[in-house]
Design a protein around this ligand. Structure first.
Ligand SMILES: [Ca+2]
Length: 284
């Protein structure tokens, strides 16, 4: 009787928590527990004004914006002036028209260091808060920028904007019929800025499932982005972690909130214990 009850509970758990039905093998991680700066064998940086009309200047290997502290990666958004080497007198382009940036932050990525196709990617983090912050954990197809967006595909494991502090968003972007298409979901949460939470996806050849802690709040059917192997979500991706300020979704910035710290406890990448997909080039 007891065994049958356990089996029943087990089947229920498998039905409602697909995460528990797969055995995972850790293939790459960063616990951020040594050194003072992000490990250059694992992480590269974006620099300058990069995208989305955002107001921060991303700095490279500058401890004020990215450092290891107490077992955490700290990405710090700061209100301070920084010269803009992209400045061109008379330019009307958003990334060239300013001689100085008025905010600094950091965006690290695993490009040409860790690419993964399929698996479970999880990040434990505490988010910054206040109007204007836009922290993210996301992925781009490994051939970006040679294969431009959205053709390369984008998987947003976590996005949060300070002006909507009770939601966490998970989204994919891809090309469809020659245009940009996206598919996403969100979950209502309490205090993602006060506590650490686990942000993750589980990704295979059929679907990408988005989790907040262990709750699956959205699933994307990969065939929606095209049948067969030319689908961007059937190719390797690399990881990015950044704190944007303002811009097209971050919106207006409240200058009284700074400095703001985005704390990342760890990044762990798993693949199923059996069957590593061909073409995957992780854990180099
Ligand atoms: Ca840690």
């Amino acid at each position: 009787m007891h065994l049958r009850f356990c089996l029943f509970i087990g089947l229920l758990l498998m039905a409602f928590h697909p995460a528990l039905s797969t055995e995972w093998k850790l293939i790459w991680s960063d616990e951020f527990d040594s050194g003072q700066m992000p490990d250059p064998t694992k992480w590269d940086y974006e620099e300058g004004f990069v995208r989305n009309f955002e107001m921060q200047y991303y700095t490279r290997a500058r401890k004020e914006n990215a450092r290891i502290e107490d077992g955490m990666l700290v990405i710090e958004g700061r209100k301070e002036d920084h010269p803009n080497p992209q400045f061109k007198e008379g330019s009307k382009l958003w990334n060239e028209e300013r001689e100085k940036a008025h905010y600094t932050s950091a965006s690290i990525n695993s490009r040409q260091r860790m690419n993964v196709q399929y698996g479970r990617i999880e990040v434990r983090a505490r988010l910054p808060q206040g109007r204007g912050v836009w922290p993210a954990i996301w992925m781009l197809g490994e051939k970006f920028p040679e294969n431009p967006w959205p053709g390369c595909g984008e998987i947003d494991i976590m996005e949060f904007v300070g002006h909507d502090p009770s939601h966490i968003h998970g989204t994919v972007h891809f090309p469809k019929d020659g245009a940009h298409a996206y598919n996403g979901g969100k979950i209502e949460t309490a205090s993602p800025c006060a506590d650490f939470h686990l942000y993750s996806i589980e990704w295979d050849a059929d679907k990408i499932a988005f989790f907040f802690d262990q709750i699956c709040y959205h699933t994307f059917n990969i065939d929606e982005a095209g049948a067969g192997e030319s689908n961007p979500f059937r190719r390797p991706f690399y990881l990015l972690i950044n704190l944007a300020l303002g811009g097209s979704w971050g919106g207006e910035i409240d200058d009284s909130i700074f400095p703001q710290k985005y704390l990342i406890d760890y990044v762990r990448v798993y693949q199923p214990l059996k069957a590593s997909p061909e073409g995957s080039d992780q854990a180099k």
